[in-house]
Design a protein around this ligand. Structure first.
Ligand SMILES: [Zn+2]
Length: 362
């Protein structure tokens, strides 16, 4: 226990300190409050260089109440446009995930004379018989096809009316009428990837799992993700990606921001290895990162999802969608992007947040 006098002394010192430096303290507190936002923004920008936080909101808004899983929708657009969301109109592509089965009938009513014998007396009655003749029958998906169908039904297809909810409401109301039979279905993830090649299929499924973890509103406590038993687990990034000298640690403060990876230096062309089994989700040039690879390692039994990033490479040895095993060659060391010399910038992302790779290194 501290002596009461000491406590008073400390409080007085603290009070005078706060009084003197309150402006600076306020600024520091403000910066600390900004850090989580900054980390998430960086995570989003690394995976989707053209996507902003607002883009996540658009995808959620467009799928609200439609039954479409927003992450599948966003992944669909990302894969379709090869890792970049530019030149993309999510308002139109959301219709790619809807399937409309449509049948229109012409109802022909015919009068028919029916003769019955009731109590031994012949009675002739006139009944109306309906005949359903199919006028048109189609199964369709995609913005333009659905718009064309709606236009033919005299629906106002101006931009404002082309929301999934409005279109669904209209078609459901029409379905109440006798001459229509309309069924609206949402494509399953399996159906979405039908026309993708094998690499794009794997990439799509990896993205569907990762995207929710990059959601800025999700919560993350980094202390929960430090384990003692990760070494030699091939499914968790637990080996060194390259041999060399560590020139910069995680957390160093630089002019460009806090260093969210570890830098390992060696000569240009040094082999870089995948640090765990996984699927390659991004291969390309991304701003300061230069040539960079991202690998998705799946989710472990504790529910943690891992992604690793390898930046400033000189050469790629894998492509998007490739399956890799721990220790496989994925690329060669270089100095591309914002780099002052040949080195690897290595990152470990757990549940969308960059953590110190040292936690996982032997
Ligand atoms: Zn670095």
């Amino acid at each position: 226990m501290a002596e009461p006098v000491t406590i008073v002394k400390i409080s007085l010192t603290a009070a005078s300190f706060i009084k003197k430096y309150w402006r600076i303290i306020l600024i520091i507190l403000f910066i600390i409050a900004l850090i989580p936002t900054l980390i998430l923004t960086i995570a989003i920008n690394v995976l989707f260089p053209q996507a902003s936080t607002e883009e996540f909101e658009i995808y959620k808004e467009l799928t609200e109440g439609s039954g479409i899983y927003w992450a599948s929708f966003l992944a669909y657009d990302v894969v379709r446009l090869n890792n970049y969301l530019k030149d993309n109109n999510p308002k139109e592509s959301v219709f790619d995930l809807l399937k409309v089965r449509f049948t229109e009938y012409e109802i022909i009513e015919k009068e028919k004379q029916v003769t019955k014998i009731i109590n031994g007396v012949e009675v002739t009655e006139t009944v109306i018989e309906k005949e359903y003749v199919i006028l048109r029958e189609l199964e369709t998906n995609g913005y333009l096809e659905i718009k064309e169908l709606l236009g033919s039904l005299n629906y106002n297809t101006s931009e404002d009316n082309m929301s999934v909810n409005k279109v669904t409401d209209f078609l459901e109301a029409l379905n109440e009428e006798e001459e229509y039979e309309i069924e609206i279905a949402i494509l399953t993830d399996e159906e979405i990837v039908q026309n993708f090649d094998d690499n794009y299929k794997q990439w799509f499924f990896a993205l569907v799992e990762i995207i929710p973890l990059l959601d800025p509103s999700s919560e993350f406590d980094s202390d929960e993700f430090i384990f003692a038993d990760i070494t030699t687990n091939p499914d968790i990034p637990s080996i060194w990606p390259v041999t060399g000298r560590v020139t910069s640690e995680f957390g160093e403060v630089r002019i460009t921001g806090i260093h969210r990876g570890i830098d390992i230096a060696n000569v240009i062309g040094t082999s870089i290895k995948a640090t765990a089994n996984g699927t390659v989700i991004a291969v390309g040039t991304s701003g300061n990162y230069g040539k960079r690879i991202m690998i998705y390692h799946g989710t472990d039994e504790k529910g943690n999802t891992y992604v690793t990033v390898y930046a400033h490479l000189s050469e790629f040895k894998v492509g998007v969608g490739d399956k890799v095993s721990q220790g496989d060659l994925i690329g060669l060391m270089g100095s591309t992007g914002y780099s002052t010399g040949s080195h690897l910038h290595y990152e470990v992302i757990v549940n969308g947040v960059k953590v110190n790779p040292r936690y996982f290194l032997p």
